[in-house]
Design a protein around this ligand. Structure first.
Ligand code: FES
Ligand SMILES: [Fe+2]
Length: 406
């Protein structure tokens, strides 16, 4: 499924056909994908869906999405391997609620608003490892558990009950190698995050992937601010329909652009993308199928993360709304499987993905946003062949309506 050399060719058959390559959902996708290719059919939505352009342009709608989808509800924060050790931390630029997640001495996670209790600077940036968080504005120091350890020049500052000036804690949960946070202060919503409930039926699949122990540290694309509404950036991941045209010299060389499987799990979804040679499976006994060579499992972790499980690696894009309706912040991370150790293959693949994103997908989302802003297209049309796209927009509408924001 790739234009890069097949690492399996230089490794053992045991690696190629290891447990990760025999995932039950991958088998389901391969069976259904082979059926689609053989019968020249597709898994389609019931009807065409029309979406008013205003949902990408309206500032009030944007604020409501941030509040309902990104602040009040749990969102995917990252994979456990990103904060592997006590002291490891990761910041998340959630609009209007920046968060820092940190690994504690006992191995658990805590999360806080990344806002200093003195006068509002951040206490951490990016990802890394720290024994304390020291605010760079005036140097207040916080322990990993968020408590205020030291006020610089404290004698001079005046009396302060340091026990009352810890970082503002928010909910965090970790399971199956996935981390979720909810960027609402715990004092406003103390309810723990139930990852099983958030995954809406996807938990067994992630349990089977074994991300807790099975991924190497990520390659991280520096977050980029791009000039489109966040939903346009997400839309570009939700259908393979555009491969044959926008990606005709890249992705379309190894992926089928016309057919995919689709399953909804609450507001989340999984699309099974198919390799161009998946029909080869028709002549191989099912027990011998090299599944992951022919399918990619593309998870939408509602509302803003697209996590792709590939033959030899996992990658995800995390798209945050910008502070205005016409920008978003895109993070892209790439994790390889430790046993699949052909470094140069991974390096080439990572760069290749970056190139496709920055030269093809992002410019297209920006172009669409510019055109929508002209008012020249009142309504966009999502085809029956774009079920994940339809599902995503329906799920956003439903969440906003449920919260009374529509
Ligand atoms: S704002 Fe953090 S120490 Fe002043
Ligand atoms: Fe694309």
């Amino acid at each position: 499924m790739s234009d890069t050399p097949d690492p399996a060719a230089t490794t053992t058959a045991g690696r190629r056909y290891g447990p990760r390559q025999r995932h039950s959902k991958a088998l389901d996708v391969a069976r259904r994908g082979l059926h689609l290719v053989t019968t020249r059919s597709n898994e389609r939505a019931a009807s065409i869906y029309e979406q008013p352009a205003v949902v990408y342009l309206d500032a009030a709608r944007h604020d409501a999405e941030i509040d309902v989808l990104f602040r009040r509800a749990p969102i995917f924060a990252g994979l456990s391997v990103e904060v592997p050790m006590p002291g490891s931390f990761k910041t998340l630029d959630i609009p209007k609620a920046p968060v820092v997640v940190s690994r504690q001495e006992d191995g658990s996670l805590r999360a806080f608003l990344n806002i200093c209790r003195h006068r509002g600077a951040a206490v951490a940036y990016g990802t890394g490892s720290a024994r304390t968080f020291v605010c760079k504005y005036h140097g207040w120091a916080y322990d990993l558990d968020g408590s205020l350890r030291k006020v610089r020049g404290g004698d001079n500052f005046g009396d302060l009950e340091t026990g009352c000036f810890g970082l503002t804690e928010v909910a965090v949960a970790e399971r199956y190698g996935l981390i979720y946070v909810r960027a609402t202060p715990l004092r406003q919503n103390p309810e723990p995050i139930d990852i099983e409930a958030v995954l809406c039926g996807l938990a067994p699949q992630f349990e089977e992937w074994g991300f807790e122990t099975g991924l190497a540290a990520p390659s991280i694309h520096e977050p980029v601010v791009t000039a489109s509404n966040w939903k346009l950036a997400v839309d570009g991941y939700l259908e393979p329909y555009h491969f044959a045209s926008l990606h005709k010299t890249t992705v379309a060389r190894y992926n089928n652009s016309n057919q995919a499987t689709f399953d909804a799990y609450g507001p989340n979804a999984m699309s099974g993308f198919l390799g161009r040679k998946i029909d080869e499976l028709g002549s191989i006994p099912e027990a011998d199928w090299p599944l992951m060579r022919h399918v990619q499992l593309i998870y939408t972790l509602f509302p803003n993360v697209i996590l792709s499980v590939m033959q030899d690696h996992v990658e995800y894009s995390q798209i945050m709304p910008g502070t205005t309706v016409d920008t978003n912040i895109m993070n892209h991370l790439y994790f390889r499987y430790p046993e699949w150790d052909v470094e140069e293959v991974h390096a080439k693949r990572f760069l290749n993905t970056q190139w496709i994103l920055t030269e093809e997908d992002i410019p297209m989302a920006e172009e669409v946003h510019r055109n929508l802003r002209t008012g020249g297209l009142p309504t966009l049309v999502f085809g029956r062949n774009e079920p994940a796209l339809q599902h995503h927009h329906r799920s956003i509408e439903a969440a906003l309506r449920h919260a009374g924001a529509l």
